[in-house]
Design a protein around this ligand. Structure first.
Ligand SMILES: NC(=O)CCC(=O)C(=O)O
Length: 274
């Protein structure tokens, strides 16, 4: 089958982990009533996005949140891209990690955010993930019966090389659990999703947490899905909710055949300069 249905859940993250898991469950249950194939959650969906929280909320692989998502995937026979959570390893290192589960609840991918979000914009957003997080080192893709997907987390999406590596590994859609903010969101969010989609001739999907103006980090929201032609298929506002979008992979092939960008690349030239 060349098409599938994807639910993008823009949920609010509170300080109570169990409440966050229950919110995710409520939306996953609702989306699954509409027979979706895959559900996506936002970045740090079980922990308020704040560096001091990451060590407190961090879980080892196979921890409570992991099992919770795996059980939900199995129950609904659906793929779950588990946004991201703070993951700790046995050495005490903490990562911003996204797990993907298949329809049987088996883990089929794991992405540790590779570019840590350290920014300081004058009069705007400051954040320093490296205060408490370590960076991952892998380019992540995973296979489904529909297509190969690329997966990265939020700030990772600003680095076109990473998306291109996913596409070189076969990705026809790129999924980004995210939480942009009120400084960079209005300026760059939409254009990044359009640019990466057009450059790579892929679907790009950004799943954000909803906006909570009382939080220390205020999320932009605006979860989005863009087609390989650069058309916005869905875009939310800042509020909690979800959308379901159809991904048609024959459309990716059509665009790539008609405008064969990827095969027109002059790799002989580029390699000399990189
Ligand atoms: N959580 C993040 O990585 C935020 C990235 C972001 O806001 C950006 O502008 O990039």
């Amino acid at each position: 089958m060349r098409h599938m249905y994807l639910a993008v859940i823009q949920m609010k993250t509170t300080e109570d982990k169990l409440t966050n898991l229950k919110t995710a469950t409520k939306f996953i249950n609702k989306a699954c009533e509409q027979k979706v194939d895959m559900v996506i959650l936002p970045e740090m969906f079980n922990c308020p996005y704040n560096t001091s929280n990451f060590p407190i909320y961090a879980e080892l692989e196979n921890g409570d949140t992991y099992k919770y998502l795996s059980d939900l995937a199995k129950k609904h026979k659906v793929y779950i891209v588990g946004g991201s959570i703070p993951e700790k390893d046995f050495n005490g290192n903490i990562y911003n990690t996204s797990y993907v589960f298949d329809r049987k609840g088996k883990q089929i991918a794991k992405h540790r955010k590779v570019h840590l979000f350290n920014i300081q914009i004058e009069g705007g957003q400051y954040f320093k993930e490296s205060d408490t997080l370590n960076a991952g080192n892998n380019v992540t893709t995973f296979n489904t019966e529909f297509a190969t997907f690329g997966l990265a987390i939020c700030y990772d999406f600003r680095f076109p090389e990473l998306s291109r590596m996913m596409v070189n590994n076969g990705a026809k859609a790129i999924i980004i659990p995210a939480s942009f903010n009120l400084t960079t969101g209005p300026a760059h969010w939409e254009i990044l999703f359009k640019s990466r989609a057009i450059d790579n001739q892929v679907y790009t999907i950004g799943c954000s947490s909803s906006r909570d103006c009382s939080a220390s980090y205020i999320s932009y929201g605006n979860s989005i899905a863009v087609s390989p032609w650069g058309e916005i298929i869905n875009r939310m506002d800042e509020k909690e909710g979800y959308f379901i979008c159809k991904l048609d992979f024959s459309y990716v092939d059509k665009i790539r055949n008609e405008l064969p960008l990827l095969s027109h690349r002059r790799l002989d030239l580029y390699n000399q300069n990189t």
